[in-house]
Design a protein around this ligand. Structure first.
Ligand code: B1M
Length: 234
């Protein structure tokens, strides 16, 4: 039975699918983390006359939304989501130059880094990938990020959002050091500040003066979209 199924799966030729079937197949391929198939599907849609923005929104971002919901609900786990996010990147690699040519604006821009003294980056990377999957431009400062590096990036990149990650109880307080520094410079309110990481919670987030605590990557995406909307409405 499984051999038959394997054969049936091998028989799918993406270029022969109707466009709506191709989209459904791309959702499945994203879910299964199949990068080559996503790149191929992306190219087929472009060849069929779809604009890059439409491919991004209706094939890739819509597919990653399904992944995000199942991750939030505990149906998918970190390794699977990382595979999906990597598959998404294969499609994005084709779309990125086209999107910049056509001047398509990202949903928003986020600078993110793991704070000074902390080298944990799996969660931060996942947040970055999911944010990119949702159409945000993400500038990743990496790990062990000191206040000077954050501030420099905020000034050169002019993002909408500053994201900080900390996994250790000993490094978590550094988030407040960064926020206090922004306050001292009078630039705190120029940015949405979102924080996350295992030792954090809502209370800690409020005490340090961040705008939002995100318990996981899917929440980070939802929160970022909400806060961006609120900001634009002001
Ligand atoms: Co470390 N480590 N580790 N570690 N490590 C923890 C965090 C720990 C809880 C393990 C334990 O003791 N049970 C513990 C911290 C205890 C504490 O402070 N309360 C710990 C320790 C002590 C240490 C060392 C000090 C160990 C040592 O050397 N004695 C050392 C510290 C080094 C340093 O940073 N200076 C250390 C080192 C390491 C490794 C290098 C071996 C490795 C990191 C590899 C890497 O990241 N490249 C590692 C790992 C893997 C872990 C655990 C096992 C897993 C962390 C992880 O990746 N989780 C962790 C135990 C645990 O958490 N169960 C542990 C998966 C990831 C997807 O989840 O990072 O929580 P998470 O991210 C989530 C959310 O938190 C949120 O979204 C993410 C995705 O859903 N989120 C954000 C995170 N950042 C966000 C930012 C946002 C929004 C949401 O911004 C907008």
């Amino acid at each position: 039975m499984s051999d038959e199924n394997d054969e049936q799966e091998e028989e799918i030729i993406l270029s022969e699918l109707e466009t709506d079937e191709l989209i459904e197949q791309m959702f499945d391929d994203l879910y299964d983390g199949l990068g080559e198939e996503i790149a191929e599907g992306t190219q087929i849609l472009l060849d069929r006359g779809w604009k890059a923005k439409k491919v991004l929104d209706e094939a890739l971002v819509a597919g990653m939304n399904i992944v995000g919901v199942d991750f939030r609900d505990g149906i998918l786990f970190v390794p699977e989501v990382l595979l999906s996010a990597n598959a998404m990147k294969s499609g994005m690699a084709i779309l990125k130059p086209l999107l910049s040519e056509s001047g398509t604006k990202p949903v928003g821009k986020m600078v993110i880094g793991t704070v000074k003294g902390d080298i944990h980056d799996i969660g931060k990377n996942l947040v970055g990938m999911m944010m990119e999957g949702a159409g945000f431009e993400v500038i990743d400062l990496g790990i062990n990020t000191d206040v000077e590096t954050y501030v420099e990036a905020l000034k050169t990149e002019s993002p909408d959002i500053l994201g900080m990650s900390a996994l250790l109880t000993t490094t978590m307080p550094y988030m407040k050091v960064v926020i206090d520094n922004l306050k001292e410079q009078g630039i705190r309110d120029d940015y949405i500040v979102m924080v996350g990481g295992a030792p954090l919670n809502e209370e800690v987030c409020a005490a340090m003066g961040a705008d939002a605590y995100c318990r996981d990557a899917a929440t980070a995406v939802e929160t970022a979209k909400e806060l961006m909307q609120q900001r634009r409405a002001c």
